[in-house]
Write a protein that binds this ligand. Sequence first.
Ligand code: FES
Ligand code: FES
Length: 398
Amino acid sequence: MKTISLVVNGQGVEKAVSDRTHLGDFLREQVGLTGTHLGCEHGVCGACTVLSNGQPIRACITFAVACDGQVITTVEGYGDDPIMRRLRESFTEHHALQCGYCTPGMLATARDIVLRIPEADEQRVRIELSGNICRCTGYVGIVAAILAVLNDLKIAPDRSVESLRDAVRSGRFIASAQPLSDTFIHFEAQSGPVSANTRATGKSDMPQALAQSGTQKNQTHIDGSFDLAFDAKTVWLFMTDLSSVAACLPGAQIKDQVGHKVHGRVGIKFGPMSASFDGAAILEKDDQAFSAVLKGSGQDSLSQSRATGDVLYRLEVLDQALTRVHVDLAYSLQGPLAQFSRSGLVQEFVRRMITDFGRNVSARLGNPTLADNVPVAAIHPVSIIFSMIWSRIKRLFS
Ligand code: FES
Ligand code: FES
């Protein structure tokens, strides 16, 4: 147990929680704020979305201990927030709720849209809302309600909404819970990654210089491996050629390359959510040890989320014509997508990407004339949930 102190809806809260208590359970069971709804509890449906230091997060996949010192706003705490006041009226006017189960999360995301993207049109609103699922009303009323607020603010700008938008543009976060107007609480922008480790990989057997990569605090680590029926030298030549590697990574495109530096794009599609990270990467390698690290960072132009990460890989000679490639991915996400970084679904997604990557490498090594383009990695969360449940059942009975 650890005692945490945070501000919830403008009130200081200090409570002892276990390391594994999610923020959603903490808010509902220990703070008594049952307006935060839990649906899928896997970070997919968005019902549990609350604000942490002004940014939407999934309360079901955020540990309460990770929120120590933060300012949390739930649906009970928006009070007279100038955007939320408009959204509430607009949701009522446009019949944007039926049972209301999704509504606390919808409102939190809607507020974020109005705040961050004043110019959003219908398509953009729908894309931004794609992480919030409504099981009964449908989206027509919800989208119309948000568009109405955006239009009203275009026609008649509101000084208090503009000051919130200015704060977001300048990287300050403003708590939406009372006190309001001139007495808003201001927060400096967070620096550094916002996610926490889910699994430390422990001591790496990478060479010293390379081992320093991927061991930063607050990164999520995912490791995996795949076997290739080729000798280690052939595999190594392939794995240190960036254009060959990119051609096997689903959704990756290299725009330009100078030596071991590349600029490019990685696109992913995860159920209704998609992102396309533009960025740069550099490869550092140790030919003697058959190990390398690809260090990269990028930004998704749509959600403005940022990702930094290292892909460490190392070859293990199993046989003269059999090589195992160990991959250790260490990454952190900042921005709206950060809420997914520790989700079991995302980790399963990345593991599948590693498996697909291994399959593509094997295919290309066997046939170098294969076409370069590998489609964007697209996985339906439902299929992952089923495969996770199935593997748990197998573990239970094995
Ligand atoms: S309960 Fe579904 S995203 Fe949290
Ligand atoms: S209004 Fe019922 S789930 Fe959205």
